[in-house]
Write a protein that binds this ligand. Structure first.
Ligand code: SGN
Ligand code: CA
Length: 550
């Protein structure tokens, strides 16, 4: 095994620092006699909510065509190993803004409130002369700081609504008319237009963040029913029995079989039923649609309701059926996101700004599309720990390159700062991806060996137990803790679906030993206190946790 020969994370953190300080070679963009180009690149940071790589054709997904995302991959770089450090909306967003892990930025779960006074990359870009804007899903409770303009979704505890969404815009509550993906897109286009019209010589940084494809997956009027005749391929492990793993997998509450609701998720309510039950959650969001869209909705879901109520669907067939309905709705919302990307790319192309802009496409985390029988995210398993990451910037990226470098969402902030020529503050924990980007996607020799993960939101919705872990190129080590003490080890090369926990398999004892020592050095380097050690101190005599077995 070659893992032992690589540098430890703490060594790597030290050696990476000089790379971060390299200023952007702005001069290369300006040549004599030509119209002065912006000194720093624009940044268009497109992020969606819960969009996963299985639902992107450029990642080889078998479920849907995403031509505009594919364009970004074709003209830019696709990252195959970019990971969330805490696969939940608010926490991931806080990690992205600060370049720091949850234990450092303080936003550990969705019940947190972001301390907006802390350092973020938009603030640093603004100070460095960027015009900055934040449009769409924010989900950090406190008001955005560091933006010249902001308009963020409000309502449903800041998840926003699919139809006629409310916004909290520069300190005012407003409601917009239309479908959320279109509304956010129009706002972004208007902002880009006003930036252009103002003949503002400043580069821009636009955070353009969609709600879709977040639960409860309500498609746009033009895509309602689009997949009603499509039968989607099922994941191999739709009927996972969770044997051979820690009890966390069996004890979650995010299964299509048990958790998926008839009303909110499957949308099995007729118009009459919704009008009679105006307090029902589905009825409430239905009432936000214009009447003509409601009628289209009724006709599209009538068949689904009849099929379900026929009583023919039972056992495995019922689960299969639920999976198909889930895919129909989820994927229809992705269609609008893809179109939105196309519109914004076209607009930038028209103004001649596209090639001066670093365009990034990502999602706050991945998502389960029926794998293990689940929807939602939270677990440190591949489908949701992995984030899509596409970057287009022809001045530095060779079209169509693919990177397998291990990246994390905390790397985004230093990457943007690096390209903007802003010195990366030493307290930022991520590493600029610029050396990877400018090396055709290859990680430099001293690149990190593992990415880190820590999920905290438990007890809570979906009952995913607290856990932390590391993932190297070949292995993943997870420790579930709190009301459980259980380790998992996966051999990603042999078991990419993460079905066989090899933590106690004798052939893996050396790997296990190595991964346990690696996680210690990773936690030390990033300053995360092992929660079990921490709790042992806090709860002397009340050992809810038994420490690790090694
Ligand atoms: C809502 C959803 C959950 C989801 C969280 C967090 N429930 O609470 O299914 O896990 O958001 O999502 S719902 O009944 O309101 O749809 S996150 O992406 O914002 O973190
Ligand atoms: Ca999310």
């Amino acid at each position: 095994m070659t893992l032992m020969t690589k540098k430890t994370i703490s060594e790597m953190a030290k050696s990476a620092t000089p790379l971060l300080a390299v200023p952007f070679a702005a001069a290369a963009l300006v040549s004599c006699g030509e119209k002065q180009q912006p000194k720093q690149p624009n940044i268009l940071f497109i992020m969606t909510d819960d969009h996963t790589t299985q639902a992107m054709s450029c990642y080889g997904g078998r479920l849907i065509e995403t031509p505009n995302m594919d364009r970004l991959a074709r003209e830019g770089m696709r990252f195959d190993n970019c990971y969330a450090t805490n696969a939940l909306s608010g926490p991931s967003r806080a990690c992205i803004l600060t370049g720091k892990f949850s234990h450092e930025n303080g936003f550990t779960d969705n019940a947190s409130r972001f301390n907006g006074d802390q350092q973020t990359f938009p603030k640093l870009l603004q100070q460095a002369g960027y015009e900055t804007a934040m449009i769409g899903k924010w989900h950090l409770i406190s008001d955005p700081q560091g933006f010249d303009f902001w308009s963020v979704l409000s309502g449903q505890e800041e998840q926003g609504d699919y139809y006629n969404p409310g916004f909290w815009e520069m300190g005012k509550e407003i409601t917009e008319t239309g479908y959320v993906t279109d509304v956010i897109t129009s706002k972004a286009l208007s902002w880009l237009e006003s930036h252009q019209k103002a003949k503002d010589s400043r580069p821009f940084c636009l955070m353009f963040h969609h709600k879709a494809p977040h639960r409860n997956w309500m498609p746009a009027p033009e895509h309602l029913g689009q997949f009603n005749d499509t039968v989607f391929p099922e994941p191999d492990n739709l009927f996972d029995d969770y044997s051979d793993r820690c009890p966390a997998a069996a004890e979650q509450d995010m299964s299509l079989a048990k958790t998926f609701t008839e009303d909110w998720d499957l949308k099995l309510m007729t118009r009459e039923e919704m009008l009679k039950n105006p307090d029902n959650r589905l009825a409430k969001v239905y009432s936000r649609m214009p009447e003509d869209v409601q009628h289209k909705w009724d006709s599209v879901y009538a068949g689904r309701i009849a099929e379900y109520r026929s009583g023919r669907l039972k056992g495995r067939e019922l689960l299969r059926w639920k999976y198909q309905q889930y895919m129909r709705d989820y994927l229809a919302t992705v269609l609008s996101v893809d179109e939105s990307i196309g519109k914004v790319l076209d607009a930038l192309e028209k103004t001649g700004e596209l090639d001066n802009t670093i365009v990034v496409y990502t999602s706050d985390q991945g998502f389960f599309l029926g794998e293990h029988g689940w929807f939602d995210k939270r677990f440190m398993y591949e489908e949701c720990q992995r984030m899509p990451l596409l970057v287009r910037y022809p001045k530095a990226i060779k079209a169509g390159t693919v990177s397998d470098a291990l990246c994390m969402n905390v790397d985004f902030a230093p990457t943007f700062l690096d390209y903007a020529g802003v010195e990366v503050p030493s307290d930022i924990q991520g590493t600029s991806l610029r050396p990877v980007i400018e090396n055709d996607g290859e990680a430099p020799a001293d690149w990190r060996e593992a990415v880190y993960y820590h999920y905290y939101e438990y007890p809570a919705e979906h009952s995913v137990k607290r856990h932390y872990g590391i993932r190297t190129k070949d292995f993943k080590l997870i420790h579930f803790y709190n009301d459980i003490d259980c380790w998992e080890l996966y051999d990603e090369t042999k078991d990419p679906q993460e079905i066989h926990n090899v933590y106690d398999v004798p052939e893996y004892s050396e790997t296990r030993k190595y991964m346990l020592s690696l996680i210690d050095s990773v936690q030390t380097a990033y300053g995360d206190v092992d929660p079990c050690e921490h709790e042992k101190v806090l709860f002397k005599g009340d050992r809810r946790y038994v420490g690790r077995t090694e």
